[in-house]
Design a binder for this molecule. Structure first.
Ligand SMILES: Nc1ncnc2c1ncn2[C@@H]1O[C@H](COP(=O)(O)OP(=O)(O)O)[C@@H](O)[C@H]1O
Ligand SMILES: [Mg+2]
Length: 367
């Protein structure tokens, strides 16, 4: 089983003209010159799935110059059921989310219907960037694969926010209750994270090995965010004086990390740029496999300009893995010969992208 984004409707996204795009259930390829709007279309899908673009943190830069808002709507088939998804984002950051004709409370209502795996050109940030990106990657995956995850994640975040507000103001009346709640939800959250990092690590290790000998020693190491020799409550109690002084909670699952190592050393320090890209690819493909094994089924893969990211041998290997996943894929390419080298053209849905317009092309001998 896999998710299928059947139809996409975009308005006010970067240089894209307002238009409908009908996507195939298998491999969709966007072929077009630099600046034609290929990545913008992937960003539109990312907005619909995650409420944000992978290219920028601010919704504003995604909105077309001269427009007040952008709008993306999609029809998704999931577990045999059709769903209508929509998101509208305004310059001031506000968002309207609609699912099946009703206003939705949160972006998670979109995310749960449209799981995506992103192989974009900023993906290396996952290894070289801050722990926050890795927590988001992990939690965004767990939300799909473990039923109880979202509720304990929310409970922890709420307790943390409330406790920090008290610490900041110096009002400590409720502090003990919030510490207890952080400890309760945080231990649950950590148990789930721990278990799944192990599964992710096994997959990443074997995919890494398959992709390149330089990744043979690739491992993931979970850091829960506090000293797990004792309980989380004990760790919070121990830091009480210093937390009061600092005005925030310095320890706990909100400080967790997944360290990415090669032979025990940080991957970001020992791998070349090209090898780092491969390591991230192994991690993302593993994420895709975990999602595919969950009841929800295989995710939609968004793959931006892989031929420019990886060398010929490795881009071919990654495309073979993607093709075996039998998932829906939207892939971009600036170069027709790369495309012909990587995929058998008969089995793709091909789109030409030109100055923000996307046109379906029949595939065959000549493009
Ligand atoms: N907010 C915006 N409004 C209008 N055009 C934009 C905006 N942001 C970027 N662009 C333009 O959109 C075009 C498409 O970019 P992009 O999707 O990255 O192209 P590709 O991935 O095909 O190389 C670029 O020419 C860029 O200048
Ligand atoms: Mg691009």
């Amino acid at each position: 089983m896999s998710v299928h984004l059947q139809k996409l409707n975009v308005l006010g996204i970067r240089n894209l003209k307002p238009q409908n795009v009908e996507l195939s259930q298998g491999l969709n390829v966007l072929l077009g010159a630099n600046g034609s709007g290929k990545t913008s279309l992937l960003e539109a899908v990312s907005l619909l799935a995650l409420g944000r673009s992978f290219r920028t943190a601010s919704a504003r830069s995604l909105i077309q110059h001269g427009s007040d808002y952008c709008l993306v709507q999609g029809r998704v088939v999931r577990s045999g059921q059709q769903h209508a998804l929509g998101i509208q984002r305004f310059r001031n950051g506000a968002a309207h989310v609609r699912v099946d004709g009703s206003n939705a409370q949160s972006l998670t209502n979109l995310a749960e219907l449209l799981p995506v795996v992103l192989l974009d050109t900023n993906s290396v940030d996952l290894v070289t960037g801050s722990p926050e990106g890795r927590r988001r990657f992990l939690d965004g995956t767990l939300f799909h694969v473990e039923q109880g995850f979202l509720s304990c994640w929310r409970a922890y975040q709420r307790a943390l926010r409330q406790r920090n507000a008290g610490l900041r103001r110096g009002t400590l009346a409720g502090d003990e209750a919030w510490r207890r709640e952080m400890a309760r939800a945080g231990e649950l959250l950590t148990g789930i994270r721990h278990e799944w990092v192990e599964r992710l690590a096994n997959k990443t290790q074997s995919l890494g090995r398959d992709l390149s000998t330089s990744l043979e020693g690739l491992t993931l190491q979970f850091r829960p965010g506090w000293d797990v020799q004792g309980s989380l409550l004990a760790a919070l109690d121990e830091r009480l004086g210093s937390d009061r002084q600092q005005g925030f909670s310095q320890t706990g699952p909100h400080r967790a990390d997944v360290r990415i190592l090669v032979d025990g050393r940080p991957a970001s320090e020992v791998l070349s740029r090209g090898q780092l890209k491969l390591a991230v690819t192994a991690l993302k493909l593993s994420q895709g496999q975990l999602l595919a094994e969950a009841p929800a089924g295989a995710p939609l893969y968004l793959v931006d300009d892989i031929a420019a990211e990886l060398d010929a041998e490795h881009s071919l290997a990654v495309c073979a893995l993607l093709s075996n996943s039998h998932a829906q894929i939207i892939l971009t390419s600036a170069n027709q010969s790369d495309l012909e080298r990587l995929w058998p053209l008969q089995s793709i849905a091909l789109f030409h992208v030109e100055q923000g317009s996307i046109t379906a092309k029949p595939t065959g001998i000549s493009l």
